[in-house]
Design a protein around this ligand. Structure first.
Ligand SMILES: [Zn+2]
Length: 327
């Protein structure tokens, strides 16, 4: 079922989890606290007393070199936000305060699975405010020699991504087509882990970086072979993780997207540039008030679920131009 709640949502109750930071290897605690409607997603460095909040926003991305790092105007930063952002996006959480014990998010197992589980332990509640959705009106793209990405109009939120590992020995290119729903994310994307190459990790360790990185939180590849004892979780786990990262990075717009993302060899930097380009070009999208655009959706909704609006799964909904605004 492809459905998006037309109302904003938050968590039913606070919930927390502990892990380590991937760069520092130090303990990192995360707490998710419900927030009122229209507050959005706000990160808070619990180890700092002042100027400690950073709004989850595309323009607050200050570094994309290893992960997505947010920062505020006071120079306070928080790194590796993308895997939680992907889980919040997939679970359709509109408003939440994210309290973190230090400068890094807990890496958990390198995927979004622990965060999805965490959200599901308390569940979500609807709030009395309409959800906003970004609807793509014209293609936006970025191209470079060996990588490119395009976001184009579509009736659903979907991805078609490829990765070729820059010709690393022994690795076959991967591609994957993914059509968003909360359920499909949990099954097909959420467990896909970060990945890296053994040789690169040795260089990072030597530079004092990625100290918390290990086979417990990444797929590590050496000479074309996966070093993790239990192998891969999905046949094409790496490209699925690229989709996970993109979903997290895209959700820094504050909204789910009605559009199709097609790309090759993308990463955090490309994701952020694409979203900045999108938001800078006001003719490329419209921000839809989900409820206001769902006047004709009652019939479709009543056939499936009283709470959630269905899209994509009903051919009838495609014949009605208004109904596709449901995302
Ligand atoms: Zn990632």
């Amino acid at each position: 079922m492809h459905s998006v709640c037309p109302k904003q949502t938050t968590l039913k109750a606070p919930v927390s989890i502990e892990g380590i930071g991937v760069h520092s290897a130090l303990p990192a605690t995360l707490e998710l606290v419900p927030l009122a409607a229209n507050m959005g997603i706000i990160f808070e460095r619990a180890d700092l007393k002042t100027n400690n909040q950073i709004v989850a926003r595309i323009t607050n991305v200050v570094d994309t070199s290893f992960s997505t790092t947010l920062g505020n105007s006071h120079g306070v930063t928080l790194s590796t936000v993308e895997h939680l952002m992907a889980a919040l996006s997939a679970c359709q959480i509109s408003n939440v305060l994210v309290k973190v014990s230090g400068p890094e998010m807990p890496i958990m197992d390198g995927s979004s699975a622990a965060f999805v589980d965490l959200i599901n332990t308390v569940g979500v509640i609807e709030q009395d405010a309409p959800r906003k959705i970004i609807r793509i009106l014209k293609p936006i793209e970025i191209k470079e020699e060996r990588r490119w990405v395009r976001l184009e109009p579509s009736e659903t939120f979907s991805f078609q991504l490829g990765v070729d590992f820059a010709g690393r020995e022994g690795l076959q290119p991967e591609d994957y087509v993914y059509d968003f729903s909360t359920e499909s994310f949990a099954a097909d994307i959420s467990q896909a882990r970060s990945f890296g190459f053994y040789e690169d990790a040795q260089k990072l360790y030597a530079a004092g970086l990625a100290k918390g990185s290990s086979l417990d939180n990444a797929v590590v590849i050496k000479n074309g072979e996966v070093m993790n004892k239990d192998g891969l979780r999905y046949k094409n786990e790496m490209v699925r993780h690229k989709i996970l990262d993109a979903m997290g990075d895209f959700y820094l717009t504050g909204s789910l997207i009605q559009g199709r993302c097609v790309g090759f060899n993308i990463g955090h930097e490309f994701n952020n540039r694409l979203m900045r380009k999108l938001l800078d070009d006001k003719a490329s999208y419209e921000l839809i008030d989900c409820v206001a655009n769902l006047a004709n959706e009652k019939e479709v909704a009543s056939k499936t679920d009283k709470t959630f609006i269905t899209f994509g799964s009903s051919p009838k909904s495609f014949s009605n131009p208004q109904s596709i605004a449901a995302l």
